[in-house]
Design a protein around this ligand. Structure first.
Ligand code: PLP
Length: 381
Protein backbone atom coordinates (compact mmCIF):
# COMPACT_ATOMS: atom_id res chain seq x y z
CA UNK A 1 0.00 0.00 0.00
CA UNK A 2 1.08 3.55 -0.68
CA UNK A 3 1.74 6.24 1.93
CA UNK A 4 -1.63 7.99 1.69
CA UNK A 5 -3.52 4.73 2.22
CA UNK A 6 -1.30 3.68 5.11
CA UNK A 7 -1.78 7.10 6.75
CA UNK A 8 -5.52 6.48 6.89
CA UNK A 9 -5.62 2.72 7.47
CA UNK A 10 -2.41 1.28 8.98
CA UNK A 11 -3.14 -0.08 12.47
CA UNK A 12 -6.70 1.23 12.23
CA UNK A 13 -9.07 -1.74 12.53
CA UNK A 14 -12.66 -0.99 13.54
CA UNK A 15 -12.90 -1.68 17.29
CA UNK A 16 -13.50 -5.39 17.84
CA UNK A 17 -15.95 -4.81 20.72
CA UNK A 18 -18.23 -2.19 19.14
CA UNK A 19 -17.25 -1.64 15.52
CA UNK A 20 -16.27 1.98 16.24
CA UNK A 21 -14.48 3.30 13.16
CA UNK A 22 -12.12 5.53 15.14
CA UNK A 23 -9.67 3.96 17.58
CA UNK A 24 -11.26 4.19 21.05
CA UNK A 25 -9.37 6.04 23.77
CA UNK A 26 -8.65 3.18 26.18
CA UNK A 27 -8.32 5.45 29.20
CA UNK A 28 -7.36 2.73 31.65
CA UNK A 29 -4.23 2.00 33.65
CA UNK A 30 -4.84 -1.73 34.06
CA UNK A 31 -6.68 -4.65 32.43
CA UNK A 32 -8.73 -7.53 33.92
CA UNK A 33 -7.13 -10.97 33.67
CA UNK A 34 -8.89 -14.34 33.69
CA UNK A 35 -5.97 -16.07 35.42
CA UNK A 36 -2.72 -14.74 36.90
CA UNK A 37 -0.81 -15.29 33.66
CA UNK A 38 -3.64 -14.94 31.12
CA UNK A 39 -4.77 -11.62 29.60
CA UNK A 40 -6.03 -10.31 26.27
CA UNK A 41 -2.70 -8.84 25.19
CA UNK A 42 -2.55 -6.01 27.72
CA UNK A 43 -1.92 -6.06 31.47
CA UNK A 44 -0.78 -2.53 32.45
CA UNK A 45 -0.78 0.63 30.35
CA UNK A 46 2.88 1.55 30.90
CA UNK A 47 3.77 -1.75 29.19
CA UNK A 48 1.11 -1.41 26.52
CA UNK A 49 -2.24 0.16 25.71
CA UNK A 50 -4.50 -0.52 22.69
CA UNK A 51 -4.74 3.17 21.66
CA UNK A 52 -0.97 3.43 21.82
CA UNK A 53 -0.58 0.18 19.86
CA UNK A 54 -2.77 1.57 17.07
CA UNK A 55 -0.57 4.68 16.87
CA UNK A 56 2.65 2.65 16.99
CA UNK A 57 1.48 0.43 14.12
CA UNK A 58 0.48 3.47 12.10
CA UNK A 59 3.78 5.33 12.60
CA UNK A 60 5.83 2.18 11.89
CA UNK A 61 3.94 1.72 8.61
CA UNK A 62 4.53 5.34 7.58
CA UNK A 63 8.30 4.96 8.02
CA UNK A 64 8.24 1.57 6.24
CA UNK A 65 9.26 -0.09 9.50
CA UNK A 66 8.37 -3.12 11.58
CA UNK A 67 8.54 -1.48 15.00
CA UNK A 68 7.59 1.80 16.66
CA UNK A 69 7.68 2.74 20.32
CA UNK A 70 5.69 5.87 21.19
CA UNK A 71 6.87 8.22 23.93
CA UNK A 72 5.39 11.06 25.94
CA UNK A 73 7.54 13.56 23.99
CA UNK A 74 10.18 13.74 21.29
CA UNK A 75 12.72 14.16 24.09
CA UNK A 76 11.39 10.97 25.72
CA UNK A 77 12.13 9.09 22.49
CA UNK A 78 15.60 10.64 22.19
CA UNK A 79 16.33 9.79 25.84
CA UNK A 80 15.35 6.15 25.18
CA UNK A 81 17.62 5.87 22.13
CA UNK A 82 20.61 7.28 24.05
CA UNK A 83 20.00 4.66 26.75
CA UNK A 84 20.98 2.00 24.19
CA UNK A 85 24.56 3.19 24.83
CA UNK A 86 26.82 2.86 27.85
CA UNK A 87 29.45 4.91 29.65
CA UNK A 88 32.60 5.36 27.55
CA UNK A 89 30.72 5.41 24.24
CA UNK A 90 31.25 8.32 21.87
CA UNK A 91 28.59 10.01 19.73
CA UNK A 92 29.01 12.24 16.67
CA UNK A 93 26.12 14.65 16.14
CA UNK A 94 25.30 17.58 13.89
CA UNK A 95 26.38 21.01 15.13
CA UNK A 96 22.97 22.61 14.59
CA UNK A 97 20.73 19.93 16.05
CA UNK A 98 17.60 20.76 18.04
CA UNK A 99 18.55 22.68 21.20
CA UNK A 100 16.78 20.23 23.52
CA UNK A 101 18.72 17.35 21.98
CA UNK A 102 21.99 19.20 22.48
CA UNK A 103 20.97 19.89 26.09
CA UNK A 104 20.11 16.29 27.00
CA UNK A 105 23.34 15.07 25.36
CA UNK A 106 25.61 17.50 27.17
CA UNK A 107 23.79 18.18 30.44
CA UNK A 108 22.35 14.73 31.12
CA UNK A 109 24.26 12.01 29.27
CA UNK A 110 27.77 13.40 29.70
CA UNK A 111 27.22 12.78 33.43
CA UNK A 112 26.96 9.08 32.65
CA UNK A 113 30.22 8.95 30.74
CA UNK A 114 29.00 9.42 27.16
CA UNK A 115 31.10 11.83 25.09
CA UNK A 116 30.00 13.91 22.12
CA UNK A 117 31.44 15.72 19.12
CA UNK A 118 29.30 18.18 17.17
CA UNK A 119 30.19 18.77 13.51
CA UNK A 120 28.71 20.32 10.37
CA UNK A 121 27.30 17.19 8.76
CA UNK A 122 26.32 18.81 5.49
CA UNK A 123 29.98 17.98 4.71
CA UNK A 124 30.47 14.33 5.70
CA UNK A 125 34.25 14.65 5.80
CA UNK A 126 33.69 16.46 9.08
CA UNK A 127 31.83 13.43 10.40
CA UNK A 128 34.52 10.99 9.24
CA UNK A 129 37.21 13.07 10.95
CA UNK A 130 35.26 13.04 14.22
CA UNK A 131 34.99 9.23 14.36
CA UNK A 132 36.90 7.49 17.14
CA UNK A 133 37.38 3.80 17.91
CA UNK A 134 34.65 4.08 20.57
CA UNK A 135 32.13 5.95 18.37
CA UNK A 136 28.89 3.99 18.73
CA UNK A 137 26.27 6.35 17.37
CA UNK A 138 25.85 8.99 14.66
CA UNK A 139 23.06 11.49 15.29
CA UNK A 140 21.65 13.14 12.17
CA UNK A 141 19.06 15.87 11.68
CA UNK A 142 18.12 16.87 8.16
CA UNK A 143 16.96 19.42 7.13
CA UNK A 144 18.79 21.14 9.97
CA UNK A 145 17.29 23.78 12.21
CA UNK A 146 17.17 26.72 11.55
CA UNK A 147 19.63 26.89 8.63
CA UNK A 148 17.96 24.12 6.60
CA UNK A 149 21.15 22.44 5.50
CA UNK A 150 20.80 18.91 4.17
CA UNK A 151 22.76 15.84 5.27
CA UNK A 152 23.27 12.96 2.82
CA UNK A 153 21.50 10.25 4.82
CA UNK A 154 22.52 7.26 2.71
CA UNK A 155 26.19 8.19 2.75
CA UNK A 156 26.14 9.03 6.48
CA UNK A 157 24.52 5.66 7.25
CA UNK A 158 27.15 3.89 5.16
CA UNK A 159 29.98 5.62 7.03
CA UNK A 160 28.34 4.75 10.36
CA UNK A 161 28.00 1.09 9.38
CA UNK A 162 31.66 0.89 8.39
CA UNK A 163 32.56 2.37 11.78
CA UNK A 164 30.22 -0.14 13.51
CA UNK A 165 28.20 2.73 14.91
CA UNK A 166 24.42 3.02 14.94
CA UNK A 167 22.90 5.73 12.76
CA UNK A 168 19.90 7.69 13.96
CA UNK A 169 17.89 10.29 12.03
CA UNK A 170 15.63 12.77 13.79
CA UNK A 171 13.02 12.95 11.02
CA UNK A 172 10.83 15.59 12.66
CA UNK A 173 11.32 18.32 10.02
CA UNK A 174 10.86 16.14 6.94
CA UNK A 175 8.30 13.60 8.22
CA UNK A 176 8.06 10.16 6.56
CA UNK A 177 5.98 11.72 3.79
CA UNK A 178 9.07 13.55 2.49
CA UNK A 179 11.86 11.13 3.40
CA UNK A 180 12.19 7.63 4.82
CA UNK A 181 15.64 7.28 6.42
CA UNK A 182 15.30 3.54 7.20
CA UNK A 183 15.08 2.82 3.46
CA UNK A 184 18.39 4.72 3.08
CA UNK A 185 20.16 2.39 5.53
CA UNK A 186 19.64 4.17 8.85
CA UNK A 187 19.09 2.04 11.98
CA UNK A 188 16.64 4.19 13.97
CA UNK A 189 14.32 7.10 13.22
CA UNK A 190 13.08 9.37 16.01
CA UNK A 191 10.28 11.91 15.87
CA UNK A 192 8.90 14.77 17.78
CA UNK A 193 5.34 13.92 16.74
CA UNK A 194 4.47 17.19 18.48
CA UNK A 195 5.27 18.90 15.19
CA UNK A 196 4.04 17.81 11.73
CA UNK A 197 2.81 14.34 12.68
CA UNK A 198 0.39 15.67 15.31
CA UNK A 199 0.11 18.72 13.10
CA UNK A 200 -2.36 20.76 15.14
CA UNK A 201 -0.20 22.14 17.97
CA UNK A 202 -2.29 20.31 20.57
CA UNK A 203 -0.16 17.39 21.73
CA UNK A 204 3.38 16.60 22.91
CA UNK A 205 4.45 13.16 21.71
CA UNK A 206 7.46 11.26 20.37
CA UNK A 207 8.42 8.02 18.67
CA UNK A 208 11.40 5.76 18.02
CA UNK A 209 11.11 3.55 14.94
CA UNK A 210 13.28 0.71 13.61
CA UNK A 211 13.34 -2.46 11.51
CA UNK A 212 15.94 -4.16 13.69
CA UNK A 213 14.50 -6.86 15.99
CA UNK A 214 17.14 -6.60 18.67
CA UNK A 215 17.15 -2.77 18.76
CA UNK A 216 13.35 -2.81 18.93
CA UNK A 217 13.40 -5.25 21.83
CA UNK A 218 15.80 -2.99 23.73
CA UNK A 219 13.81 0.17 22.98
CA UNK A 220 10.54 -1.45 24.13
CA UNK A 221 12.32 -2.58 27.30
CA UNK A 222 13.52 0.99 27.95
CA UNK A 223 10.06 2.38 27.13
CA UNK A 224 8.52 0.10 29.77
CA UNK A 225 11.33 0.48 32.29
CA UNK A 226 11.87 4.26 32.13
CA UNK A 227 8.16 4.86 31.62
CA UNK A 228 8.03 7.97 29.38
CA UNK A 229 4.87 6.68 27.72
CA UNK A 230 2.16 8.84 26.13
CA UNK A 231 -1.38 8.75 27.50
CA UNK A 232 -4.17 7.20 25.42
CA UNK A 233 -5.78 10.55 24.62
CA UNK A 234 -2.48 11.94 23.31
CA UNK A 235 -2.09 8.84 21.14
CA UNK A 236 -5.60 9.43 19.79
CA UNK A 237 -4.72 13.03 18.91
CA UNK A 238 -1.54 11.96 17.14
CA UNK A 239 -3.50 9.32 15.21
CA UNK A 240 -5.98 11.97 14.18
CA UNK A 241 -2.99 13.91 12.84
CA UNK A 242 -1.36 11.10 10.87
CA UNK A 243 -4.52 10.53 8.82
CA UNK A 244 -4.03 13.89 7.06
CA UNK A 245 -0.22 14.08 7.20
CA UNK A 246 0.16 13.68 3.43
CA UNK A 247 -2.46 16.36 2.68
CA UNK A 248 -0.99 18.85 5.11
CA UNK A 249 2.59 18.27 4.00
CA UNK A 250 1.71 18.93 0.37
CA UNK A 251 0.24 22.31 1.31
CA UNK A 252 3.06 23.12 3.77
CA UNK A 253 5.58 22.47 0.98
CA UNK A 254 3.64 24.44 -1.62
CA UNK A 255 3.20 27.45 0.68
CA UNK A 256 6.83 27.36 1.85
CA UNK A 257 8.00 27.43 -1.78
CA UNK A 258 5.78 30.46 -2.49
CA UNK A 259 6.98 32.32 0.62
CA UNK A 260 10.63 31.47 -0.06
CA UNK A 261 10.36 32.84 -3.61
CA UNK A 262 8.63 35.98 -2.36
CA UNK A 263 11.32 36.58 0.27
CA UNK A 264 14.12 35.97 -2.23
CA UNK A 265 12.81 38.76 -4.44
CA UNK A 266 12.23 41.22 -1.56
CA UNK A 267 14.65 44.19 -1.39
CA UNK A 268 14.94 44.08 2.43
CA UNK A 269 15.90 40.40 2.55
CA UNK A 270 19.56 39.41 2.39
CA UNK A 271 19.49 35.63 2.15
CA UNK A 272 16.81 32.93 2.16
CA UNK A 273 17.58 29.40 3.41
CA UNK A 274 15.35 26.97 1.55
CA UNK A 275 16.60 23.60 0.23
CA UNK A 276 14.29 23.82 -2.79
CA UNK A 277 16.33 26.62 -4.41
CA UNK A 278 18.62 25.36 -7.16
CA UNK A 279 21.46 27.48 -5.73
CA UNK A 280 21.10 25.95 -2.24
CA UNK A 281 24.45 24.22 -1.57
CA UNK A 282 22.76 20.86 -0.86
CA UNK A 283 20.03 21.09 -3.52
CA UNK A 284 21.03 17.90 -5.34
CA UNK A 285 21.01 15.76 -2.18
CA UNK A 286 17.73 17.32 -1.10
CA UNK A 287 16.14 16.50 -4.48
CA UNK A 288 17.42 12.94 -4.29
CA UNK A 289 16.40 12.01 -0.77
CA UNK A 290 13.29 14.15 -0.26
CA UNK A 291 9.98 14.07 -2.13
CA UNK A 292 9.62 17.85 -1.65
CA UNK A 293 11.46 20.49 0.36
CA UNK A 294 9.36 20.87 3.51
CA UNK A 295 7.50 23.66 5.24
CA UNK A 296 10.38 25.47 6.94
CA UNK A 297 12.08 28.63 5.61
CA UNK A 298 14.58 30.93 7.27
CA UNK A 299 16.05 34.25 6.12
CA UNK A 300 18.26 37.17 7.13
CA UNK A 301 17.69 40.90 6.69
CA UNK A 302 19.94 43.28 4.75
CA UNK A 303 19.77 45.74 7.63
CA UNK A 304 22.23 44.06 9.99
CA UNK A 305 20.36 45.02 13.13
CA UNK A 306 19.04 42.52 15.67
CA UNK A 307 16.35 45.01 16.71
CA UNK A 308 14.89 45.10 13.19
CA UNK A 309 14.72 41.30 13.09
CA UNK A 310 13.00 41.13 16.47
CA UNK A 311 10.58 43.88 15.44
CA UNK A 312 9.64 42.02 12.26
CA UNK A 313 8.48 39.05 14.32
CA UNK A 314 5.94 41.31 16.05
CA UNK A 315 4.61 42.92 12.87
CA UNK A 316 3.12 39.88 11.13
CA UNK A 317 -0.53 39.07 11.87
CA UNK A 318 -1.00 35.61 10.33
CA UNK A 319 2.48 34.39 11.25
CA UNK A 320 2.18 34.13 15.04
CA UNK A 321 5.30 34.79 17.11
CA UNK A 322 5.95 31.46 18.82
CA UNK A 323 8.42 28.61 19.19
CA UNK A 324 7.64 25.15 17.81
CA UNK A 325 6.65 24.29 14.24
CA UNK A 326 4.71 21.90 12.08
CA UNK A 327 1.15 22.95 12.98
CA UNK A 328 -1.49 24.05 10.50
CA UNK A 329 -0.95 27.69 11.54
CA UNK A 330 2.05 29.73 10.36
CA UNK A 331 4.61 30.69 13.00
CA UNK A 332 7.52 33.14 13.04
CA UNK A 333 10.41 33.25 15.49
CA UNK A 334 13.83 34.78 16.09
CA UNK A 335 16.29 31.91 16.75
CA UNK A 336 19.08 34.08 18.24
CA UNK A 337 16.85 35.22 21.10
CA UNK A 338 14.40 32.29 21.28
CA UNK A 339 14.98 28.69 20.14
CA UNK A 340 18.76 29.03 19.90
CA UNK A 341 19.40 31.55 22.70
CA UNK A 342 21.26 28.95 24.76
CA UNK A 343 24.09 28.93 22.20
CA UNK A 344 26.89 31.43 23.01
CA UNK A 345 26.96 34.20 20.37
CA UNK A 346 30.38 33.24 18.95
CA UNK A 347 29.30 29.58 18.56
CA UNK A 348 26.07 30.77 16.97
CA UNK A 349 27.82 33.08 14.51
CA UNK A 350 30.42 30.44 13.64
CA UNK A 351 27.69 28.01 12.61
CA UNK A 352 26.15 30.73 10.40
CA UNK A 353 23.25 31.56 12.69
CA UNK A 354 23.25 35.34 12.36
CA UNK A 355 21.58 37.94 14.59
CA UNK A 356 18.95 38.84 12.00
CA UNK A 357 18.00 35.28 11.12
CA UNK A 358 14.25 34.69 11.20
CA UNK A 359 12.64 31.25 11.04
CA UNK A 360 9.21 30.53 9.59
CA UNK A 361 7.06 27.45 10.00
CA UNK A 362 4.81 27.96 7.02
CA UNK A 363 1.26 26.74 7.69
CA UNK A 364 -1.53 25.57 5.44
CA UNK A 365 -3.36 28.90 5.06
CA UNK A 366 -3.84 30.60 1.68
CA UNK A 367 -0.41 31.41 0.21
CA UNK A 368 -1.48 34.85 -1.08
CA UNK A 369 -2.68 35.82 2.39
CA UNK A 370 0.63 34.72 3.91
CA UNK A 371 2.63 36.67 1.31
CA UNK A 372 0.53 39.79 1.95
CA UNK A 373 1.07 39.47 5.67
CA UNK A 374 4.83 39.06 5.32
CA UNK A 375 5.00 41.86 2.75
CA UNK A 376 3.22 44.33 5.07
CA UNK A 377 5.53 43.41 7.95
CA UNK A 378 8.67 43.81 5.83
CA UNK A 379 7.45 47.20 4.54
CA UNK A 380 6.85 48.39 8.10
CA UNK A 381 10.08 47.19 9.68
C1 PLP B 1 10.64 19.69 18.99
C2 PLP B 1 11.75 18.83 18.56
C3 PLP B 1 12.26 17.83 19.40
C4 PLP B 1 11.74 17.60 20.80
O1 PLP B 1 10.44 17.11 20.78
P1 PLP B 1 9.36 17.38 21.96
O2 PLP B 1 8.15 16.69 21.43
O3 PLP B 1 9.22 18.86 22.11
O4 PLP B 1 9.91 16.73 23.18
C5 PLP B 1 13.28 17.02 18.91
N1 PLP B 1 13.79 17.22 17.68
C6 PLP B 1 13.33 18.18 16.85
C7 PLP B 1 13.93 18.34 15.50
C8 PLP B 1 12.30 19.02 17.27
O5 PLP B 1 11.86 19.99 16.45
Amino acid sequence: MKFETLAVHAGQEPDSATGAIMTPIYQTSTFAQSEPTVHKGYDYSRAGNPTRSALEKNLAALEGAKYCAAFSSGMGAIDAVLKLLKGGDHIVAGNDIYGGTYRIFVKVFEQFGLTFDFVDMSNLDNMKKALRPNTRLIWIETPTNPLLRIVDIEEAARIARTARALSVVDNTFATPFLQQPLSLGVDIVVHSATKYIGGHSDVILGAAITNDNSLAEKIFFIQKSSGAVPGPFDCFLALRGTKTLHLRMQRHCENARRIAEFLKSHPKVKHVNYPGFKDHPNYSIASRQMKDFGGMVSFTLKEDNIGAAKRLTTLTKLFTLAESLGGVESLIEHPASMTHASLPRDVRMKSGLEDTLIRLSVGVENAEDLIHDMGHALDAV
